[in-house]
Write a protein that binds this ligand. Sequence first.
Ligand code: ADP
Ligand code: MG
Length: 298
Amino acid sequence: METVLNIQNVTKYYGPLKALDNVSFDVPEKSVFGILGPNGSGKTTMLSIILDVLKATNGTYLWFGKPSTHEDRKQIGSLLETPNFYHYLSAYNNLKITQSISGRGSEDEIAEVLKKVKLHERQHSKFNSYSLGMKQRLAIAAALLGSPKVLVLDEPTNGLDPVGIAEIRELILELRNNGHTIIIASHLLDEVEKVCTHVAILKTGHLLTSGPVEEVLIDDDIVELGALNLNKLAEILKLIAKNVSIDSKQQMVNITIPKGSAKLEELNQYCFDHGVVLNHLVIKKKRLETKFFELTNN
Ligand code: ADP
Ligand code: MG
């Protein structure tokens, strides 16, 4: 698969503050690439650099295998900050203005991008009558003008309610199916997990890990066990497993074991032999959120 963006040893200082420290990773064509990390980890700084809004202190990046030119940049649609739309104008007229100022796409495309983000039925309503989710989708529509190969979105679900978040997620999946490569920065791991094919995880400017989601995130399985006496269950599991934790809300004990090595019959027998009768025993894949928490907390 071709590389759309290649980031090499990017470092960024703001005065004495090191916001990015020697970060390198590749974004493959047609991926949904999540740049993940808590607030302040350097995500927006990285996006600003690759979009030529900020200059890196050190390091380079290549779009489509070469230093970016004005022409190449037309292949990249971005949503870095919420654009300033005119509140009293309709979605359609707002995009007409965006289109003529940016020179991206043509006027004929406006109806098409509004359809893509499912705003065509409301295209003649005033911007200030829109919900936050609709405003955000209009911003994505603006980024889609000129049908760029790549979309760069900074925290596209920020401030949205669950319905709005689900709409953006669906939109991202559709765009991916249409062949776009999508780069998303987000601190909302749970949401990103559902759409990303690849991730890079940042913490205070350091790259912790990057690669395909299934490689980065799932190197352990979690086994959930339940019994009447959770404390005793945890006690005996501590003798044979690592990361034994009691989830008192769910009334369960979780343990992690290397991927593919959990033998439920043996575990069940072991607990029984040690005087604990299980009422629940399930293997779960480790979730991105769990992994992210582990990565960013040590
Ligand atoms: P994120 O998008 O992951 O929340 P940012 O890239 O916005 O992170 O910020 C990374 C770090 O750089 C933070 O410590 C932030 O306070 C700092 N920072 C960001 N922009 C500036 C700036 N213009 N001047 C000084 N420090 C900044
Ligand atoms: Mg940010």
